[in-house]
Design a protein around this ligand. Structure first.
Ligand SMILES: [Zn+2]
Length: 318
């Protein structure tokens, strides 16, 4: 796909600084997620980062190797310049899963400004990396499909977005896709950033289309529940969700997978895509979020994508 063109590494490189990281569980009540951190304002500004953006935390481990994860700078502080508070974890396992930490003691590492690398998917998989792709003709304003957690973060969601792009002319559809990988497992722990936190300043390809104002947007996600939930923004027509639901029910018929919309009030609040800050709702006024079980994605992923295509086809070709 077009997004795989390899570019000079230097172009997007902003910088890094060495920091002392302090796990701080005391701030967890302020709505923090485990991928949240708080860093010194002016130190961040030196590498071109502001509050709300994403960074990489890189931690040296044995034998000259390092481990890393993406974090959101949820807060900034004016204390010790090189101190970064890791504020969102609720249990030591969160630190272990995300940064391979075996304790909650402070540790040294680096804050890096560049979040995604310019690599092909094959290179990203080989290097356990994180890449960003855009499929876009430069002027489409009808539909954008997104998979912010593709690759091995939420498996098969990227294939669904790519499938819709293959089925519709590029004057009607664009796609924004991120793919994260980790050899041996753990891509979700390393790369997952919550949809309401995704900041276009940290994703150059997203930034290039964030002001486009698409008419429709659809986000493909995966979750641990057994069902499929179709949610969306406040101004997404309920009948559109209903149409998508019926088409997906048809696509997964015989599987036993239940399909709900947030109108059914069975979609958990954190997953119903209703937040206006959710990236799917920042791309269009009619945003839809589709959360899918593992089985739905693995066995019916393309069928679900085609069901979504069938609903949008007459809507966008007017
Ligand atoms: Zn997701």
């Amino acid at each position: 796909m077009r997004g795989n063109v390899k570019k000079k590494y230097k172009k997007n490189y902003k910088g890094f600084y060495t920091a002392q990281f302090v796990p701080d569980i005391s701030k967890v009540s302020n709505g923090h997620r485990r991928e949240h951190c708080s860093a010194n304002r002016s130190r961040l500004n030196m590498i071109g980062i502001n509050q709300g953006q994403q960074i990489r935390i890189v931690r040296p481990i044995a034998k000259g190797n390092s481990t890393l994860a993406v974090y959101t700078v949820s807060d900034v502080h004016d204390q010790e310049p090189n101190t970064v508070f890791v504020v969102g974890y609720t249990k030591p396992e969160d630190l272990r899963d995300r940064l391979e930490l075996l304790s909650t003691s402070p540790f040294r590492g680096k804050v890096k400004a560049q979040v995604t690398m310019n690599l092909t998917d094959a290179e990203a998989e080989d290097k356990s990396e994180f890449v960003e792709h855009l499929i876009d003709n430069g002027y489409n304003t009808k539909l954008i499909v997104i998979a912010p957690h593709g690759g091995n973060i939420e498996k098969h969601t990227d294939e669904q977005a790519e499938r819709i792009c293959e089925q519709l002319p590029d004057r009607y559809v664009s796609a924004w896709i991120c793919k994260g990988f980790k050899q041996g497992g753990g891509a979700y722990d390393r790369w997952h950033i919550t949809s309401t936190d995704i900041n276009e300043e940290s994703f150059p390809k997203l930034k290039s289309i964030i002001g486009r104002h698409f008419e429709y947007s659809v986000a493909f996600h995966g979750w641990d529940n057994d069902s499929i939930c179709i949610g969306g923004g406040q101004s997404t027509p309920p009948h559109l969700k209903q149409q998508i639901k019926e088409a997906i029910v048809n696509a997964v018929s015989g599987s036993g997978i239940s399909v709900e919309t947030d109108e059914d009030r069975t979609c958990p609040g954190d997953f119903n895509g209703s937040n206006s800050g959710n990236i799917v709702n920042r791309l269009s006024t009619k945003g839809l979020q589709i959360e899918q079980s593992k089985k739905a994605r693995a066995r019916y992923g393309i069928k679900i994508a085609d069901a979504v295509t069938d609903i949008f086809d007459p809507l966008i070709k007017v």
